[in-house]
Design a protein around this ligand. Structure first.
Ligand code: URP
Ligand code: ZN
Ligand code: ZN
Ligand code: ZN
Length: 467
């Protein structure tokens, strides 16, 4: 099956130009001023529309057990929402059970991922340190193409590891061609601040922010970077929320630490004031790190522009408002941490970034597709529009607008973080390996068509210069 996309404006992380694309067997075969149909090619007219490489969301928590509950999207609803929102590949976190080997755990997650509509891979979370874990790391990369792991410096008793464990794991990971994702918050201090707040009767959601102040993120970020430096290993700092943490990353880059930084759409657009909304509306916005004071946003956008931040990930960790978020109505510490965003990340970053003039079209493509592909071993198969790449494409009409509402979303949650916001542009079609999976804004791709992403090793010394 051949497809020609005609008259579109191709946008990559380096160029914007008008061209026709020929797709054959799911791969981009030709890019030219004009490609005329020869036989029975399917022709898509993209006149006046942008053609972006499909979004790559490397921070999702589909079907994820967490904090005595579990996320509301599985791999069917989650990847359907992703497709609708212009995301054609995800890398999801696993969640290990006590005593289970990493490889056994991964098999369970690969099974969970099978019904996906889009391509999917995994970062293996390590929350339990032992010698077996170290032995398994090279096997994860070689046998399974899992070239990233994740460590948490918070959520004590559930996911948190200590500095010694981090050092040993990161060192071995680096040697095995694996990059380590780190959730950088000082879990010990946060747990004390929470206990103090609760003992004083400070139970409202705003105290989630007060008990996780920027210093707890900045301190852990600096420590994680020092550990990576000592271990001579690449590190990926997830969900950077504030200027103080970003400053630590900038300093580490100057010391040549192999660091890659990610922020999330909610930190770029929403702020701490949402945690004071009345009638427990605030509960919808609880995530960690928390939403920050608004002035931080300018630093995050500038971080993207300057290349300090090379990825925007959704940190899609959705919980229903009714029945899950409300578990913490009387105590903020019982609200499951996490927000939905997989369906909106592409549109939100385009609107507040490109449309509102904060970043260029090229930067947009970089943080939504090319950067994550390069960092996580998917490039040069995913992450750009060029001959030989998978035809993962988003056809986007920049001359229209739409209002975001949970009533029209595919995400399996009873609210939307960006409810009522009018965003410029609309996704008209999405192709995954040449197959149309979104048509006129509606998902038409079928369950189970997604393929497992076996990723390349991450050579030491490369991650810091990924883009
Ligand atoms: O609040 C968040 N971010 N929940 C998901 C788990 C994590 O920390 O990434
Ligand atoms: Zn996290
Ligand atoms: Zn997360
Ligand atoms: Zn506008």
């Amino acid at each position: 099956m051949k497809t020609i996309i005609k008259n579109g404006i191709v946008v990559t992380s380096t160029d914007t130009y008008k061209a026709d694309l020929l797709i054959e067997k799911g791969i981009i075969k030709r890019i030219s001023d004009q490609i005329l149909p020869e036989t029975d090619e399917k022709v898509i007219d993209a006149s006046g529309q942008y053609i972006f490489p499909g979004g790559i969301d490397v921070h999702t928590h589909l079907a994820w057990p967490f904090q005595s509950t579990g996320t509301a999207d599985d791999f069917v609803s989650g990847t359907r929402a992703a497709a609708a929102g212009g995301i054609t590949s995800i890398i999801n976190f696993t969640n290990p059970k006590r005593g289970q080997t990493l490889l056994d755990n991964l098999q369970e997650w690969k099974k969970k991922g099978e019904p996906s509509l889009i391509d999917y891979g995994f970062h293996s979370i390590i929350s339990e340190y032992n010698d077996h874990v170290l032995e398994e790391l090279p096997l994860l990369a070689e046998q399974e193409g899992v070239t990233s792991i994740k460590l948490f410096m918070a959520y004590k008793g559930e996911l948190m590891v200590n500095d010694r464990e981090m050092y040993k794991i990161m060192k071995k990971a680096g040697e095995a061609g694996i990059i380590t994702n780190v959730h950088a918050e000082n879990g010990d201090i946060i747990d004390e601040l929470i206990a103090e707040a609760i003992s004083k009767g400070n139970t409202d959601p705003i105290h989630h922010a007060y008990t996780r102040p920027p210093l707890t993120e900045a301190e852990a970020t600096a420590r994680a970077l020092a550990i990576a430096e000592a271990a001579n290993a690449p590190i990926y700092i997830v969900h950077v929320s504030c200027a103080d943490a970003l400053e630590k990353i900038e300093q580490a880059k100057k010391r040549d630490v192999q660091v890659v930084a990610e922020t999330c759409p909610h930190y770029l657009v929403l702020d701490e004031s949402y945690l004071s909304l009345p009638d427990f509306e605030s509960g919808k916005y609880i995530c960690s790190p928390p939403l920050r004071e608004k002035w931080n946003q300018e630093y995050l956008w500038k971080g993207i522009s300057s290349g300090l931040i090379t990825t925007v990930g959704s940190d899609h960790c959705p919980f229903l408002f009714n029945g899950q978020k409300t578990l913490g109505r009387d105590n903020f510490a019982k609200i499951p941490n996490g927000v939905p965003g997989l369906e909106d990340i592409f549109s939100i970053v385009y609107h507040f970034g490109v449309h509102e003039g904060r970043i260029s079209l090229q930067k947009f493509v970089d943080v939504i597709s090319t950067g994550p592909a390069k960092t996580f071993g998917l490039y040069p198969k995913k992450g750009s529009i060029a001959i030989g790449f998978d035809a993962d494409l988003v056809i986007f009409n920049p001359n229209t607008s739409r209002v975001i509402t949970h009533k029209k979303q595919y995400q399996n949650v009873d609210y939307n973080l960006y409810e009522g916001i009018e965003v410029q542009g609309a996704i008209t079609q999405v192709l995954s390996r040449g197959e149309v999976i979104v048509q006129d804004g509606y998902v038409v791709g079928h369950e189970g068509r997604g393929q497992y992403l076996f990723r390349k090793k991450i050579p030491a010394g490369q991650s810091s210069v990924s883009c």
